[in-house]
Write a protein that binds this ligand. Structure first.
Ligand SMILES: Cc1cc2nc3c(=O)[nH]c(=O)nc-3n(C[C@H](O)[C@H](O)[C@H](O)COP(=O)(O)O)c2cc1C
Length: 165
């Protein structure tokens, strides 16, 4: 049993801002994708990134079977896309404009950028899985603002209450 209360754990980690990406893959020609904020860069040489799907994720087995994935870096205006790719029991791609990435995974339109990856390693980590991807292709829209995730929302505070200015 852990000494750390799970609500406290979520609350503290919620104070650390991240971006939001949609990790996509194509399994037997069927597009799959999930919203993720556990994405980060790992290594420059070789170019490695990681994300962490929950062991309970129903999308992860499809990504694992594809053996590769595309990381779509969401733009500030795409909070609705994040909500869509976190929702259950819907067609997440309904109304979404996308085309194939060089590696064949869905590349969503209108994002900040994307990274096409081959799965290099998977490691069980508690109730999640650490998935290491080798980046094989990537691109960015210079100047586009990313969608942030902070304390359950998408805005950073303008100023610390009571803090230094
Ligand atoms: C902002 C945000 C970040 C998320 N980050 C993760 C994540 O890092 N890992 C994960 O497994 N699910 C994450 N989710 C939840 C998934 O998007 C999805 O709702 C969940 O995995 C259930 O769908 P699935 O069964 O298709 O995986 C996140 C959801 C949101 C809205």
């Amino acid at each position: 049993m852990s000494a750390i209360d799970s609500r406290r754990f979520r609350d503290v980690l919620g104070h650390f801002p991240t971006g939001i990406v949609v990790v996509t893959a194509s399994r037997n020609g069927r597009p799959v994708g999930m919203a993720v904020n556990s994405f980060t860069s790992v290594s420059l040489d070789p170019p490695l990134v990681l994300f962490c799907p929950a062991r309970s994720s129903s999308t992860w087995p499809d990504i694992a079977a594809a053996g590769r994935f595309c990381v779509n870096l969401l733009r500030r205006e795409q909070a609705w896309v994040a909500r869509r790719f976190a929702a259950r029991d819907i067609d997440r791609f309904d109304g979404i404009v996308w085309g194939p990435s060089p590696g064949g995974a869905p590349l969503l339109a209108g994002t900040v950028g994307w990274l096409d990856c081959r799965i290099e390693l998977r490691m069980e980590a508690g109730d999640h899985i650490i998935v290491l991807g080798h980046v094989e292709a990537l691109d960015v829209s210079e100047g586009a603002a990313p969608l942030l995730f902070f304390r359950g929302g998408h805005e950073l505070p303008q100023r610390e209450p009571g803090g230094c200015t």
